[in-house]
Design a protein around this ligand. Structure first.
Ligand code: ADP
Length: 443
């Protein structure tokens, strides 16, 4: 059979949640494919995607760009290889979607129709995660710009099923249990800028988790702790979550200030428990936010509790045996205030600075946070990126939300708040304009 093996690369920010795979002209020719055709992607699992043409920069690199959902569906990570072949897609008669375990979703009356419109002409394989974009024009969704992962619990026929106008799409509110893929979670596509930083974190964390034998062979110790430092709101937490998600590691989070307890011994107890759970459920990532608050320089330490917590943390880190399988990532805004004892070899001995994004980074972050938003043609993200010097990721996220709220206020007079359902025609018309961003910027 005609097939090729390609290396998986992450999707462009704008491609996320669209079920597409970008292939270069050589591959298209070789597999006799045209843009719009459906392919099968086989990694640990098999899924399908619609073919798009790769950007010139990717030509002859032997890669395929797919987003985090498709990667989960194919059970592969970035940098791993998949087999690609043309799919025998059949028209889907029926598709049943349900939220994953622990997710609770409420669907409005026209939700099935809206979901169908979004996934029209896309291929779905049973057990796939099907991301459905939430946006201001989907009243049943949580926050704009985020994809709601639904699970294809049933397709008819099975195999690669193509959604058409005639497909009967059914939405179930009852979450489905026992599915390993959850679709939830942050992927690398959710992080704007920070290419080099992501690369470094992947080398330090993903590599030892996935391939501990490399470190063993070379006789080097995989890192135990990685310290991310930089201003607040730049994506440190996001990065830690993405690595955990992309490596399928368990994620444990400790908020620095919260673990400091007044009760004698309680903080140490909590720390111990988290490290024990993480070891039991390894591979795991323990994320400690605001490390400086629990482990300030000792001369700064006023409280007895802090001193004991630092001592306990040092003990736990030194005691980690499953080298490379439990990695502690800590974040701080004030790297100089962190106890130097914690920065010695075997502890947080790798540091990565996460800085304020430049213009290119800002544009990517804008793309990410407006992904599911209905933007008017007059909104130029590149121009907004140029005008938001000094903004960090969190600022850009607030800006896009504020712009959406401004747009919403324009439509409010037309909305009858006593009516349960908003007319679909109004929802279809809703759009976020340049003036909304202007207004949000001027606040
Ligand atoms: P930090 O941990 O550095 O204080 P967070 O990772 O918690 O910052 O960022 C807060 C929010 O801001 C994130 O949830 C995200 O929505 C947004 N954000 C921050 N940095 C980025 C980025 N580089 N790309 C996309 N969104 C970002």
């Amino acid at each position: 059979m005609n097939e090729v093996q390609l290396e998986v690369a992450k999707a462009y920010p704008n491609d996320s949640g669209r079920g597409i795979a970008r292939l270069d002209p050589d591959t298209l020719l070789h597999l006799k494919l045209s843009p719009g055709d459906i392919i099968e992607i086989e990694g640990g699992d098999t899924t399908a995607a619609k073919v798009w043409r790769a950007d010139r920069q990717d030509w002859n690199t032997d890669t395929v760009r797919i987003d985090g959902f498709t990667r989960q569906n194919a059970d592969v990570g970035i940098g791993e290889r998949v087999t690609i072949r043309k799919a025998e897609a059949e028209k889907a008669e029926k598709l049943v979607l349900a939220p994953p375990e622990e997710a609770s979703v409420q669907f409005g009356s026209d939700a099935a129709g809206m979901v169908k419109r979004q996934i029209l002409k896309r291929p779905v394989v049973e057990r796939d995660i099907v991301p459905v974009m939430s946006s201001t024009n989907h009243p049943f969704m949580r926050s704009p710009g985020q994809a709601i992962p639904l699970i294809a619990v049933e397709t008819e026929p099975d195999g690669v099923a193509l959604i058409t106008e005639d497909t009967d799409v059914e939405l179930r509110e009852e979450p489905i249990s026992g599915f390993e893929k959850t679709g939830g979670g942050i992927t690398y596509e959710d992080i704007g800028g920070l290419q080099n930083e992501i690369q470094r974190v992947r080398e330090m964390v993903e590599l030892p988790m996935k391939h501990p034998q490399i470190f063993k062979k070379l006789g080097i110790e995989p890192p135990q702790g990685v310290l991310l430092h930089g201003p607040p709101g730049t994506g440190k937490t996001l990065l830690a979550k993405a690595v955990a998600n992309e490596t399928s590691a368990s994620f444990f989070s400790i908020a620095g200030p919260e673990i400091i307890s007044k009760y004698y011994g309680e903080s140490e107890q909590q720390l111990r428990e988290i490290f024990e759970d993480a070891t039991e459920e390894s591979p795991s990532i323990i994320f400690i936010d605001e490390l400086d608050s629990i482990a300030p320089k000792r001369e700064d330490v006023t409280g007895e509790v802090e001193r004991r917590v630092v001592a306990q943390l040092l003990t736990m880190m030194d005691g980690l045996e499953s080298r490379g399988q439990v990695i502690v990532i800590a974040a701080t805004n004030r790297v100089d205030s962190v106890d130097p004892a914690l920065r010695r070899p075997g502890r947080f001995d790798r540091e990565i600075e996460i800085g304020v994004p430049d213009e290119v980074g800002r544009e990517e972050i804008l793309q990410i946070h407006t992904r599911g938003m209905p933007l008017s043609d007059d909104v130029e993200l590149s121009r907004l990126a140029a005008e938001t010097h000094g903004f960090v990721g969190a600022d850009i996220e607030s800006l896009t939300k504020e712009a959406a709220m401004k747009a919403l206020r324009r439509y409010l007079p037309e909305i009858d708040l006593d009516e349960e359902d908003i007319p679909p025609s109004l929802i279809d018309r809703m759009i976020i304009k340049r003036e909304d961003f202007r207004g949000a910027l001027n606040e």
